[in-house]
Design a protein around this ligand. Structure first.
Ligand code: NAG
Ligand code: NAG
Ligand code: NAG
Ligand code: NAG
Length: 408
């Protein structure tokens, strides 16, 4: 299935207008001066909500005038020191002259080919163990997104903290980089496990009835590195504190989406990004996934229940992880697609002769009866291989308002 026919260049429409934000903030503060005493008392009793409204007057990401929002997922770059860091698991004929710079070149080619509206780096962005300076490795790893001025976000994997910076230090560095929408953690929560748990809203098309609404919700979580519980071996997992944050955020977004103007009947679709796959991913075999499984599922050895939380919340249509470089499939369980990005980085383990790859996701809007852009109609995906023609493979519909299934 060639996804290339689906690919269309799209206008970028990201609204990172700080001036506008400050003007709205000033208006919000000014208007507060004119509300009657009893109303401002009510506002004071619910300060977090008011704070949220005035700080975030409009979403920073929005659908383009072509009615699409396209996301490039880059999984497991394993970036270290650049030119001096060799490639792993390439054919003998490819060893010479192969380094981290091939990872950089692949991102540039993907950006050029797909012109994504947004890029998500799903962890093991750097391979801390082999990096001389974690900050420098990150600067080099994310440089193509920054140079292209494309908004991007990152979550942590299990190798990002193995160098000169802790997990906290790595996330702090990321949020200071240009064009990133990554956040350290929710500002209104005092306690949450991990670093880099946040959500982003994607607004409707400028000029449409959905310009002020988030019609696609993106969630980012820190799936940890390794278990710190002696009795439990293996990788980390998404903790109850993070699940509670997800549930509250999902419920808040649902309320906003179902409120006027343009009140909708259910939640806007959501997409979730983190590093370590959920244990449920092990329940698929080749009869019920698209892509390949060439290694065991590297999830935690315990199930912390996050999949159940996702099903309960009802808005999430797909989860995107990395971690297992030579698995690249999507499978659907209880209405939620569980997808791997597929290994991207050349200093990451892989399989010689099996090209590095990236996943693309595009959400498309439906037309309203009046002929304007409405809400999300479908979410499609495909992958591209780092070969001569950036071959597109495994195109499929992850979710649509009517049904899900493969592209015919
Ligand atoms: C790595 O990049 C070099 C320089 O552009 C290129 O010659 C080589 O073919 C690339 N290797 C792989 C495995 O893509
Ligand atoms: C970020 O971008 C601004 C404006 O383009 C530039 O002046 C600044 O040097 C950049 N900062 C970094 C750390 O690259
Ligand atoms: C969106 O918000 C702006 C600013 O508050 C307002 O002027 C505009 O009328 C709103 N548009 C719609 C369609 O709700
Ligand atoms: C996939 O199919 C296998 C049978 O081939 C079945 O045992 C398994 O439960 C299915 N998994 C899902 C998630 O549907």
């Amino acid at each position: 299935m060639e996804g290339a026919t689906m690919v269309q260049p799209s206008s970028t429409f990201v609204n990172i207008n700080k001036k506008k934000l400050w003007v709205s903030l000033a208006i919000a503060v000014l208007s507060l001066c004119f509300v009657p005493i009893n109303v401002s008392a009510a506002v004071r009793r619910h300060p977090p909500q008011q704070h949220h409204l005035s700080r975030k007057p409009s979403p920073k990401l929005r659908f383009g005038r072509n009615g699409e929002f396209k996301i490039l997922q880059v999984a497991d770059m394993h970036y270290a020191d650049g030119k001096t860091t060799p490639c792993e698991d390439v054919l003998p004929s490819q060893v010479d002259g192969c380094s981290d710079l091939n990872t950089t070149a692949f991102i540039h080619r993907m950006i050029e080919a797909e012109k994504p509206n947004f890029i998500v780096f799903t962890g093991d962005n750097i391979y801390g163990f082999d990096s001389k300076d974690s900050a420098k490795s990150m600067d080099a790893a994310f440089a193509p997104a920054i140079a292209a001025r494309i908004p991007w976000a990152a979550v942590l994997g299990n190798h990002d903290q193995e160098g000169t910076l802790s997990r906290e230090g790595v996330m702090k560095h990321i949020i200071g980089l240009n064009h990133t929408l990554s956040q350290f953690n929710p500002s209104d929560l005092h306690v949450i496990d991990g670093f880099g748990n946040y959500n982003l809203e994607v607004g409707g098309v400028e000029g449409s009835g959905f310009v002020n609404k988030s019609i696609l919700n993106l969630y980012f979580l820190d799936s940890g590195d390794y278990s710190t519980v002696p009795a439990i071996p293996g990788y980390g997992w998404i903790k109850p504190s993070q699940q509670l944050w997800f549930q509250r955020t999902s419920a808040k977004l649902r309320r906003a989406y179902m409120s006027p103007p343009n009140a909708q009947k259910s939640s806007a679709p959501g997409l979730v990004y983190f590093h370590i796959p959920l244990p449920e991913v092990a329940s698929f075999d080749s009869t019920n996934f698209t892509g390949v499984r060439q290694e065991d599922i590297g999830s935690a050895s315990v199930n912390s229940g996050f999949f159940t939380s996702l099903v309960e919340a009802g808005d999430v249509k797909a989860v995107f992880t990395g971690h297992d470089h030579v698995n690249d499939f999507c499978g659907q369980l209880t209405g939620i697609q569980l997808c791997y990005g597929g290994g991207f980085g050349y200093h990451a383990y892989g399989k010689a002769g099996w090209p590095r790859r990236a996943r693309v996701v595009v959400a498309s809007l439906e037309k309203t009866e009046e002929g304007g852009w409405g809400t999300v109609k479908s979410i499609k995906t495909w992958k591209r291989l780092d070969d001569k023609h950036l071959t597109a493979i495994d195109g499929e519909v992850l979710w649509s308002k009517k049904h899900t299934g493969k592209v015919e």
